[in-house]
Write a protein that binds this ligand. Structure first.
Ligand code: GDP
Length: 425
């Protein structure tokens, strides 16, 4: 069986978590390969309802090994809280079902401070960061100014390394932002309170994955956010600070030679976007409020209301291309059941010219959506489990998306629960 990646095609929050949770049945290993605890995957299954932030969504399946790869922003403080939270709800997390790459860089306590300090400095020009320290973390990783998880096993070198980083970071905290300096005692407390607790999970996950591949194990790569938030291909600078694309999965997972034969792109039946930045097909007022309520579009991490709009075929086609999708999972189709007529963004108009090609990010500010409406189905489809049972209008809507993306829609999700799915193979 080919390696498989489950990725977001839009701005994130497409429902990747529910798809990973569903499909882990077919896999032995699930790897998160980028991003940090700044977003959330919501999963509803027989154990209850969970908002996962850093832990891979395969954590609920017995026998599945979950890996946090070298590409993630490993925040020990939040990870410990997440592990404890799941533990309280009866999901046991052990070094058998969770392995953390020794090459994952650690998100330091000051990264969260710097995120908040910079957003405050930017005031009304802020990016809408979740203030989880992700941008300062990845900047530091690329500057080679953070610590690898495996260094926790080398206490002497670790203290020397931390002392050097502390001196440098305090200059920035105090001289640039006028904030309070960190002390070595504060870092010792962080090591003791959080890092010590994740140590049992840290291992050479690259070696584990190589062996898993040799043994013919089935590996699933799980992404965070979506194409339009990719650092290189998204709506820069309103992107995240890592690569959300499937192409990054081998690098960020610890298996750089992996070939990914199957890329499942998760597409939401309408558009949502959290935070700042251009969002061409945005709806406002009552219309937006109704869609937001129908889809319960509030951030899993922050509770922030998400911006909403009709499906944007221009951005979604681009998103699917960037991911190299081999198939599409269309989620939240049930949410549109209340609509008499369903709006669809089929093109952009930029300075009087119509285009179906997703433009350079700076041109998005002048783009206006070209909207077409298609008939709604006006009935509850949340109990539908086969393609044949779907109302004709709902099938037509799915087929319209399939044609626009030039990629088969193989799953249609009609509810948040594991079993609320239509397989179309
Ligand atoms: P992720 O980060 O891509 O996993 O997405 P989120 O978890 O942030 O957002 C998806 C939300 O939609 C979650 O609350 C899911 O429970 C919910 N969800 C996923 N698929 C469906 C669906 O088909 N229908 C409905 N009504 N909700 C869904």
């Amino acid at each position: 069986m080919a390696n498989c990646a489950i990725v977001g095609v839009n701005w994130g929050d497409e429902g990747k978590g529910r798809m990973v949770d569903l499909l882990t049945e077919e896999f032995d290993v699930v790897v998160r390969y980028q991003g940090g605890g700044n977003a959330g995957h919501t999963v509803i299954n027989e154990h209850g309802k969970f908002a996962l932030h850093l832990l891979p969504s395969g954590i609920f399946r017995k026998g599945v090994v979950n890996i946090l790869g070298n590409g993630v922003a490993l925040d020990p403080e939040n990870l410990v809280l997440e592990i404890e939270d799941l533990d309280c709800k009866g999901i046991s997390i052990t070094p058998e079902n969770l392995k953390i790459s020794d090459r994952a860089s650690l998100l330091m306590p000051w990264h969260r401070d710097l995120d908040a300090l910079e957003e405050n400095r930017l005031k009304d020009k802020k990016y809408g960061s979740t203030k989880q320290g992700i941008a300062p973390f990845y900047s530091d990783k690329f500057q080679k100014k953070t610590v690898l998880a495996g260094e926790l096993f080398y206490p002497k070198q670790l203290r020397e390394h931390l002392a050097g980083l502390l001196e440098w970071k305090n200059l920035i905290l105090t001289k640039v932002y006028g904030a309070k300096a960190y002390t070595m005692d504060m870092l010792e407390e962080w090591l003791e309170e959080s890092c010590e607790k994740i140590k049992p999970f840290i291992t050479d996950t690259g070696a584990f994955l190589k062996q898993a591949q040799k043994d013919g194990k089935r590996i699933l790569f799980e992404a965070q956010l979506g194409s339009l938030r990719d650092l290189d291909y998204g709506i820069y600078p309103y992107t995240t600070s890592s690569n959300t694309t499937a192409a990054y999965a081998p690098i960020g997972s610890g298996l750089p030679s992996a070939k990914i034969g199957r890329v499942i792109g998760v597409v939401k039946a309408y558009s949502t976007c959290v935070g700042e930045g251009p969002f061409v097909c945005e709806m406002f007022g009552r219309e937006a409020e109704t869609l937001r309520e129908a889809g319960a579009e509030y951030g899993a991490k922050t509770g922030r209301p998400r911006r909403v709009g009709p499906i944007d075929l221009v951005a979604t086609r681009y998103g699917a291309e960037v991911q190299g999708c081999t198939e599409i999972a269309l989620t939240k189709l049930d949410v549109l059941s209340y609509m008499e007529q369903i709006p669809v963004c089929v093109a952009y108009e930029i300075n009087g010219r119509q285009t179906e090609t997703f433009p350079f990010p700076a041109a998005l500010a002048d783009a206006r959506p070209v909207i077409r409406t298609v008939p709604g189905w006006k009935r509850d489809i949340s109990q539908v489990r086969t393609w044949e049972e779907l109302p004709k209008e709902a099938k037509d809507y799915v087929l319209l998306i399939e044609r626009a993306l030039e990629c088969p829609v193989t799953y249609v999700s009609v509810g948040p629960e594991r079993e609320s799915i239509i397989l179309r193979k």
